[in-house]
Design a protein around this ligand. Structure first.
Ligand SMILES: [Zn+2]
Length: 394
């Protein structure tokens, strides 16, 4: 047993406790959360830590298998350029791909991440996930714009899904993005998710041109996509923005996370909340800054009481796989968003999205959520600083 204390304990499910205490079992299971040491039932000297203590982080969006792309794609050139750059950059040996993914898994663990929602296009990450101390849910990502190939793509995805399941890994099928999946394939994925009550994820409104191609049928983004693949020559606008255009083909009662949301409007958010009560918005601020050099309208999301979770995206568009680095980027630009709120996004909200709130996300008796010490926090205002760091305590 250990008794931990710090300048502030963030249980997340209840308000922060100044100089609170956490009684834990040797394996990290929470035995008690205490306001002060008057009620401590065990004869243990508290371990004091300078900083704040919060539950382990949930990385709601990552691509482990793209870790070998670290530093290979130029910053700030926009989404079309990013997609184009991925094609030649993807040539790498299997050993290089596996080593980078393995290192990324170890780095995330060292950065206090206990659970990851990870996009998988192939089986290369299976062995790493099986051996990892991190709990993974893999999104088997499918894309194909050609409706005639919808069944073929869907069946390929199902084979990969079965391979993950046969290895005892949590996984579900999911579409890539609004602009890369036909309505027919979306419907197949959506029906399958409905039948299996599984979680969905989709890259959403990452660039302005994504909305333009759906409302107007034109714009530089669709032109660039056509140059890359040649598949957009007969592109037809739906007349609606991209979010509504794809969401109508997906079920209304499955948990879904929209990832990025850099160009989502208040109308998109309200429409999504009316269509489906189980919508989460996954923010990957450092990837947005890397690719499009802007952030989503976070104040609007907060005002709309949106359920926000946080992801790192992949090393193709980030210089670290650290949820704390994402929170620091947000707070640097949105000083009004409190550390308490940010920690909730990075812990309990993600855990609830993945249906893992009985284990992860908050300090409550019986949970084993991971325990992070965040250092270099302004102890009076509880604000993160550039030099804030995370140290897993279990
Ligand atoms: Zn992504």
């Amino acid at each position: 047993m250990r008794l931990l204390t710090a300048d502030c304990i963030y249980p997340v499910s209840t308000p922060p406790l100044k100089y609170g205490l956490l009684l834990i079992d040797d394996d990290g299971t929470i035995l008690d959360v205490l306001h002060d040491n008057h009620n401590v039932s065990v004869d243990l000297k508290p371990e004091y830590h300078h900083g704040l203590i919060c539950p382990g982080f949930i990385n709601a969006h990552c691509h482990l298998e793209l870790s070998f792309l670290k530093g290979k794609i130029a910053r700030g050139k926009g989404l079309a350029n990013f997609i184009q750059s991925l094609i030649p950059a993807r040539h790498a040996s299997e050993a290089e791909i596996l080593k980078a993914a393995n290192d990324a898994d170890a780095e995330m663990h060292a950065n206090g991440i206990v659970m990851v929602g990870d996009i998988s296009n192939n089986n290369s990450s299976i062995e790493i996930k099986k051996a990892s101390r991190i709990h993974y849910h893999s999104f088997i990502e499918i894309y194909d714009l050609n409706p005639e190939k919808a069944f073929e793509s869907f069946d390929k995805g199902k084979l990969l899904l079965n391979e993950f399941a046969a290895n005892g890994l949590s996984a579900s099928m999911t579409p890539h993005a609004s602009y890369s999946v036909s309505a027919k394939l979306l419907k197949l994925i959506g029906d399958f998710a409905y039948e299996n009550d599984s979680v969905l994820s989709i890259h959403n409104q990452e660039t302005a041109g994504e909305n333009e191609m759906f409302t107007e049928g034109s714009g530089t983004f669709v032109e660039e996509l056509n140059k890359i693949s040649g598949a957009y020559g007969n592109w037809k606008a739906s007349g609606f923005r991209s979010l509504a255009s794809v969401f109508v083909h997906l079920p209304k009662c499955n948990r879904i996370e929209f990832v990025h949301n850099t160009f989502s409007s208040i109308e998109d958010v309200r429409w999504a909340h009316l269509y489906n009560l189980f919508v989460w918005w996954c923010m990957c601020p450092n990837a947005n800054l890397y690719i499009e050099q802007r952030l989503p309208d976070l104040d609007m999301f907060v005002n709309e009481v949106a359920k926000i979770c946080v992801g790192t995206d992949s090393y193709a568009s980030n210089s670290s796989l650290s949820i704390l680095d994402e929170l620091k980027s947000i707070q640097e630009r949105h000083k009004k968003i409190s550390t308490q709120e940010l920690i909730k996004w990075a812990t309990l909200n993600g855990a609830e999205f993945f249906g893992l709130q009985k284990k992860f996300g908050s300090f409550e008796k019986g949970k084993k959520p991971g325990i992070n010490l965040i250092t270099n926090v302004d102890s009076y205002m509880q604000v993160l600083s550039i030099s804030s760091d995370v140290i897993p305590l279990v």
